[in-house]
Design a protein around this ligand. Structure first.
Ligand code: PMV
Length: 320
């Protein structure tokens, strides 16, 4: 039998940057994110009795570089004495380019593997397993606006606001294609070891999260936007002040930020966030989608734009 699952990437508004436990991959800070709808990863897993190693195909090509992480994730779900597996992943958006493809991939992987095993783990248990492979993947098990609470022993994850209760939209401006120069795991280790801002980043995170949570509860878009932009720029300050510096932006990243600032001046409800890559994510209210997308599309250096509403968490899916 083959089991298939689908998951969407999530975009953090209050960022995860830094690890409390490198072996268990526990985040050093809590975070808040939105799960997308139209970008998605479909993952199929089949355990087989016959010999040979695990195999992994990503978007119709063998992917040996990712195989170790995928095998480790399957060990966590099925135990190290499991049968070997054939894994096939297909995403409808660029992978490894700062669009949270590892979040949707590992969220879909744990759901597909659990389904294949006939297990009955809860979404939270699956989130913890996904998070052990990619910290942000834990949030893609849940839909809408999602909060991840960091803990000494384990994380907690839950939806704090459904997409129906507060519909938000995300426009992604693609400013460069191709893989990012440095993976987020390695980059976080460098920031922890070398950035003089790292400890204050950790200290102030809960305050930002509190402000963001209150903004979500009150559906206060301006408050959410202000704290999310501030938190994003703080995370990038930690990256920039690492040694050697970690700079994921390009000139189009800055141009997109300028475009969004000018839309804000005109009263358009939109704010930006940027992850470990040069793409800019503009979060806006539904009535602003067309304006924001048109403005980003014509910003210098933007290759393409994508639009998504908020979507559900990872779930089993029909095989095709
Ligand atoms: O889950 P990882 O290891 O890919 O780290 C994700 C880090 C950021 O995307 C930059 C921030 C976040 O909270 O998603």
């Amino acid at each position: 039998m083959t089991s298939v699952a689908q998951a969407q990437p999530n975009i953090a508004l209050i960022k995860y940057w830094g690890k409390r436990d490198h072996v268990q991959n526990l985040p050093a800070v809590s975070s808040l994110s939105v799960t997308l709808q139209s970008l998605s990863t479909r993952m199929s897993v089949e355990f087989r009795q016959s010999g040979g190693p695990d195999t992994l195909q990503i978007n119709n090509a063998e992917a040996p570089a990712m195989l170790r992480r995928v095998s480790h994730c399957l060990d966590l779900v099925a135990g190290a004495d499991r049968d070997n597996a054939d894994v096939v992943s297909v995403s409808n958006f660029p992978i490894g380019a700062g669009l949270a493809s590892s979040a949707s991939a590992f969220a879909a992987l744990v759901v597909a593997a659990e389904h294949e095993l006939g297990g009955s783990r809860s979404q939270l248990e699956l989130a913890r397993l996904a998070g052990a492979s990619s910290g942000s993947a834990a949030r893609s098990l849940f839909g809408g606006i999602v909060e991840l609470t960091a803990g000494d022993e384990q994380i907690a994850v839950e939806t704090v606001c459904d997409s129906v209760d507060w519909p938000l939209d995300v426009i992604v401006a693609i400013t460069a294609e191709g893989p990012k120069p440095l993976g987020s795991g390695e980059a976080m280790i460098r920031s922890e070891a070398t950035s003089p801002f790292y400890s204050s980043w950790l200290e102030n995170q809960d305050d930002d999260l509190c402000v963001a949570r209150e903004a979500v509860n009150d559906r206060n878009f301006a408050q959410l936007g202000a704290v999310a932009e501030h938190n994003c720029l703080k995370m990038h300050s930690v990256m920039w002040s690492s040694s050697p510096p970690i700079v994921y932006w390009n000139s189009a990243t800055l141009s997109c930020m300028e475009t969004i600032r000018s839309l804000q001046t005109d009263g358009v409800p939109v704010f930006f966030t940027i992850d470990a890559g040069p793409q800019v994510k503009a979060i806006c209210l539904p009535e602003a989608v067309a304006t924001v997308r048109a403005a980003l599309q014509k910003t210098a250096g933007v290759i393409n734009t994508m639009h998504s509403s908020l979507g559900p968490g990872a779930r089993p899916s029909e095989a095709r």
